[in-house]
Design a protein around this ligand. Structure first.
Ligand SMILES: *[C@@H]1O[C@H](CO)[C@@H](O)[C@H](O)[C@H]1NC(C)=O
Ligand SMILES: *[C@@H]1O[C@H](CO)[C@@H](O)[C@H](O)[C@H]1NC(C)=O
Ligand SMILES: *[C@@H]1O[C@H](CO)[C@@H](O)[C@H](O)[C@H]1NC(C)=O
Ligand SMILES: *[C@@H]1O[C@H](CO)[C@@H](O)[C@H](O)[C@H]1NC(C)=O
Ligand SMILES: *[C@@H]1O[C@H](CO)[C@@H](O)[C@H](O)[C@H]1NC(C)=O
Ligand SMILES: *[C@@H]1O[C@H](CO)[C@@H](O)[C@H](O)[C@H]1NC(C)=O
Length: 552
């Protein structure tokens, strides 16, 4: 029985009187997107985030990744200011690279929803809020950060997808892929547990097909060979900058197009727009939305609404001074091109079938194992931390940089005494993950400090670590107490499960989280090597130097 309450009627009346219709849900069926009425949905999008700070002189930052971010969905006035320009561009989707889950996004999200504009939200943050491509882990602090963002955005009806990473996996760094797939698996399970229909995505850097293509297939495959999508992304984004000037399908896209011909989930260009040869004519839009490509692609995200700088130059559709928005010739050209697209409304959703093929095999150019890291286990990690004999007690709120250095120091010392840091590390090419690898970096630090402390017969000096360590008087005794604690707290080191939505307690408790808010990454791009454009955020570091894990 359906009872319409007076409140419902009042709400309906209000929205009718404003002429606002609820935005349609968009769902994936096979490799395509459909709105509720059964029509195919194409992303006519634009990247929407002001560029964060980029230190171009930092040799450790070859990707020009930003170290800060401004959440573009917090300032309702700015969103209202930009709305008419986004509408002029005929945009139906914006991509946002980093958001602050502690802020209120109601005004911006409503402004865009009412205008029929969807959002693709990247869950990573700059610096310590993303999977670090040089020393990867899929750990409680990241899982908490991702689910906190989802909790904040779950009440909005215009979140199309959440990206679990952007350009994390690069050439010669493909062994990081299992960490990304583990993130997709856990976020997918979490969304399902919340009855969310938002899609799980990843945005890939372009590159040689010999690793780019197996990566795409790896992220959407089923390692169990049972045609099961539990570890598969729903939507694959390719950051593609192949088309410049007034190119044509054959010379710019035919190769890439062919490579994705048999792909099993939704694909789109998560960034596009020439970056090497201004002016940008945006004639690629016609190709991308033509029947030459729509069997494979569901549109794309032009980069970028706001000005952004890379080694190649400046990009952006507008310049903004306070409330004043100045459009560019690029803006006019993109507006014309987006205004003209009329992609085919086929195939129909009923004819779209889902399949999740077996995973690509490892070889010299694609190193990822199909054995994925386990689901990070907050309770197990907290159990461990409270039991450890020498605890990391940071003297500064800005401890994530300290953590990296301390882990290096402690691992070196351990190594000299015949110990190892294998418990906190992992290797995505062999599919081996240390028992503690899913814990927060601060707990990893406490763990290796405790092992060193115990190896040295609990000499208090060996827990000093220049003032960063404190002996835990409540810890069990013994020369291998840390090891025993790991065994008892982390009983099944390869377990996967659905992360729970406990809000507060799930999130970064105690000294647990090395991720305190922070950062974002957005918009810095550089062209690296021949065909790869690197971008936004990606990654980063909890301060842990690479190479540390394998030392002995
Ligand atoms: C990366 O891989 C390519 C081949 O795919 C190789 O030529 C190159 O030397 C490698 N670079 C590094 C830094 O290992
Ligand atoms: C590795 O396999 C992929 C397909 O999964 C292929 O594209 C690539 O060329 C192969 N690399 C080598 C070195 O054979
Ligand atoms: C993290 O945030 C909490 C709550 O605001 C604060 O107490 C703590 O000092 C912060 N830690 C860092 C590393 O900023
Ligand atoms: C935190 O530490 C990093 C690395 O030492 C430094 O660059 C940064 O400025 C520090 N941030 C704050 C807020 O102190
Ligand atoms: C803690 O460790 C860091 C990194 O090794 C070091 O710079 C610092 O001096 C240590 N002591 C304190 C009190 O932070
Ligand atoms: C991690 O986030 C905190 C909180 O914003 C920040 O102060 C810190 O600098 C970040 N870590 C690094 C390595 O920058």
């Amino acid at each position: 029985m359906f009872i319409r309450s007076p409140t419902t009627i009042a709400l309906l009346a209000a929205s009718w009187s404003l002429g606002v219709q609820a935005i349609s849900k968009v769902t994936r069926s096979g490799r395509y997107l459909y709105t509720d009425d059964g029509n195919r949905f194409y992303i006519r999008g634009i990247a929407y985030q002001e560029q964060g700070q980029v230190d171009e002189n930092d040799p450790n930052n070859p990707f020009l990744e930003p170290s800060s971010f401004t959440d573009p969905l917090v300032d309702g006035n700015a969103c209202s200011r930009d709305l008419s320009f986004l509408q002029q561009l005929n945009v139906n989707t914006i991509r946002v690279y980093s958001v602050d889950s502690t802020k209120n996004h109601d005004s911006c999200m409503k402004t865009f929803s009412d205008a029929g504009i969807y959002t693709i939200i990247d869950l990573a943050l700059p610096l310590n809020g993303s999977i670090d491509r040089t020393s990867p882990s899929w750990s409680t602090n990241l899982l908490d950060q991702y689910t906190n963002t989802i909790n904040t955005f779950s009440k909005y009806d215009n979140v199309l997808a959440y990206n679990v990473g952007n350009e994390v996996v690069v050439q010669n760094g493909t062994a990081v892929a299992p960490y990304v797939k583990a993130a997709a698996r856990d976020i997918k399970a979490y969304l399902k547990s919340q009855s969310s229909s938002a899609l799980v995505g990843y945005a890939a850097i372009d590159g040689s097909p010999n690793w780019r293509d197996p990566l795409a297939n790896f992220l959407s495959c089923d390692p169990s060979g049972q045609n099961n999508g539990d570890t598969a992304i729903d939507i694959y984004g390719l950051n593609n900058y192949e088309w410049c000037g007034d190119s044509n399908f054959q010379s710019a896209y035919a190769g890439t197009n062919g490579d994705y011909a048999g792909y099993n989930v939704v694909a789109y260009f998560s960034e596009f727009g020439c970056i090497t040869q201004p002016p940008r004519l945006w004639t690629e839009v016609a190709a991308l939305f033509s029947s030459q490509m729509t069997d494979i692609w569901s549109g794309g995200i032009a980069f970028s609404y706001f000005p952004a700088r890379s080694a190649q130059g400046e990009f952006g559709m507008v310049t903004i001074d306070g409330n004043n928005v100045q459009t560019s010739d690029d803006f006019d050209r993109l507006k014309t091109q987006y205004g003209q697209v009329s992609p085919p409304n086929s195939p129909s959703s009923s004819s779209a079938s889902s399949s999740f093929p077996a995973c690509p095999t490892q070889n010299d150019t694609f190193a990822a194992s199909t054995t994925l890291p386990p689901t990070p286990n907050e309770a197990a990690c907290q159990c461990l931390e409270s039991t450890l004999s020498c605890q990391f007690t940071p003297q500064t709120a800005n401890y994530s940089a300290v953590v990296g250095e301390l882990i290096n120091v402690a691992c070196n010392l351990l190594g000299q005494q015949g110990g190892s840091c294998n418990d906190i590390g992992g290797d995505g090419s062999t599919g081996t993950y240390g028992r503690i690898s899913g814990c927060d970096p601060t707990i990893k630090t406490s763990f290796v400090m405790s092992e060193f402390f115990e190896l040295n017969n609990r000499n208090p000096e060996s827990c000093r670590f220049a003032g960063n360590g404190t002996v835990n008087p409540l810890a069990p005794s013994g020369v291998s107490a840390a090891n025993s604690a790991a065994s008892s707290c982390i009983s099944n080191p390869s377990a996967t499960f659905t992360p729970s939505a406990t809000g507060g307690s799930n999130s970064a408790s105690g000294s647990g989280s090395g991720n305190n808010g922070s950062g974002g990454d957005n918009g810095a791009r550089a062209l690296m090597g021949g065909d790869a454009v690197v971008g936004v955020v990606g990654v980063v570091v909890v301060g842990v130097l690479s190479g540390v894990w394998t030392m002995l």
